[in-house]
Design a protein around this ligand. Structure first.
Ligand code: ATP
Ligand code: MG
Length: 369
């Protein structure tokens, strides 16, 4: 039995349906991350789990108990918001203990829990300061501390690090990961940040327009996306998508696709791919999966030319941008390659790294091990 079991969850605000029958099973101690474009329903789903939004249809079970209509206080869940939501007139210590005092917990219990949260988050130096006298990162630590003292069965985070600068985000990300290991509690975390999603999650849930597109480990989603949406969403810079035509496909699913009317690329298709010769499909190549021909070498019949109009040097890697036909593509290259605007590079997808997608966006190329 899953620890947190979400069954056919639907949410309507008036006539607008925001969640369309979400099914999600989360194991105890798992770190689950929700990602998806703005407005796809991440916060709504999280708030419905917390009990801050009512459920229109469907059920939510926690540890086998039906909590669908339980008030937030009866769910053993604690939520951490992007905005921190601290009481400005209270000190850090008062912010941390307020909930416990309101629940009428006894003094010794409050002090034990407080001491533990202070120690885990190293809040000792700030206990007597008010939120206005703290940095964003310190405020967020207090907000997390307030969740810890509730000793919840499930931690819910809604973009907790979005207000922080890049360096602090990284530090807090490492802290949250350590916190998860230390507490061993179930965590559900919403983020827009690819790196946070990839590094924190045991499993990522990709949402789109209130539907679950795919659930899987970060590397499963990167390596074997079910469809073009997930393929384009996971990975940064995003996968390049190019229109292509199936040139030939044999009985074992080995296909040749025609690119830009000239280059032929080999692509192994999965069982039930349904592609036939002459059919228009979309192929996908990640920026890091291009092979570049050496300068001066005569182009092979698998290579396509890409005149470059932008080269971004990021230090460890350079991103070169150009077009194949009319489609903008991004190519990640080693900086020592020394590419410059105005150069034309000839590229081929690395063997076994070409994705193919059918008319509905479903992935039809062979799964990777
Ligand atoms: N209280 C509400 N009343 C009406 N519509 C709402 C309400 N809350 C959310 N919505 C709508 O539900 C949809 C999902 O919103 P939600 O806040 O869950 O998106 P999100 O994925 O968290 O987006 P973001 O990444 O921008 O935070 C949006 O279209 C939003 O306008
Ligand atoms: Mg949101």
């Amino acid at each position: 039995m899953p620890f947190l079991d979400i069954q056919q969850l639907k949410k309507r605000f008036g006539s607008v349906q925001t969640l369309h029958g979400i099914d999600l099973q989360i194991e105890e101690g798992e770190f689950i991350v929700f990602v998806g474009p703005s407005g796809c329903g991440k916060s709504t789903l999280l708030r419905t789990i917390a009990g801050l939004e009512s459920v229109t249809e469907g059920r939510i079970y926690l540890g086998g108990r039906d909590v669908t209509h339980s008030p937030p206080s009866a769910r053993a869940m604690a939520m951490v918001f992007q905005s921190y939501a601290l009481y400005p007139h209270m000190t850090v210590e008062q912010n941390l203990s307020f909930g416990m005092r309101m629940r009428g917990e006894i003094r010794s219990t409050i002090e034990t829990k407080l001491a533990r949260a202070i120690q885990i988050l190293q809040l000792e130096p700030y206990l007597h300061r008010k939120p206005g006298e703290l940095s964003g990162g310190q405020c967020q630590r207090v907000a997390i501390g307030r969740a810890i003292v509730q000793e919840p069965a499930v931690f819910l985070f809604d973009e907790p690090l979005s207000n922080l600068d890049a360096e602090l985000r990284l530090r807090m990300r490492v802290e949250i990961s350590a916190l998860h290991k230390k507490l061993g509690r179930t965590m559900v975390y919403v983020t827009h940040d690819q790196v946070e999603a990839m590094t924190l999650a045991d499993r990522i849930v990709v949402l789109r327009d209130g539907w679950v597109e795919q659930v899987g480990s970060p590397m499963q989603l990167y390596t074997n996306p079910d469809n073009a949406f997930v393929a384009g969403f996971i990975g940064s810079p995003a996968m390049n998508f190019l229109p292509a035509t199936v040139d030939s496909v044999d009985a074992s699913g080995q296909a040749t696709v025609l690119l830009d009317g000239r280059a032929r690329w080999a692509c192994a298709l999965r069982d039930g791919h349904g592609a036939t010769s002459g059919q228009a499909i979309t192929v996908g190549v990640r920026p890091e999966h291009w092979e570049l021909q050496d300068a001066g070498q005569s182009p092979s019949d698998t290579a396509v030319p890409v005149p470059l109009h932008l080269v971004e040097r990021l230090g460890a890697v350079s991103q070169a941008y150009g077009r194949i036909g009319v489609t903008e593509v991004c190519i990640s290259v080693h900086p020592e390659r020394g590419l410059a605007v105005g150069d034309t590079v000839w590229v081929t997808p690395r063997a076994q790294r070409l994705f193919a997608f059918g008319a509905q966006g479903q992935c039809i190329s062979q799964r990777h091990a």
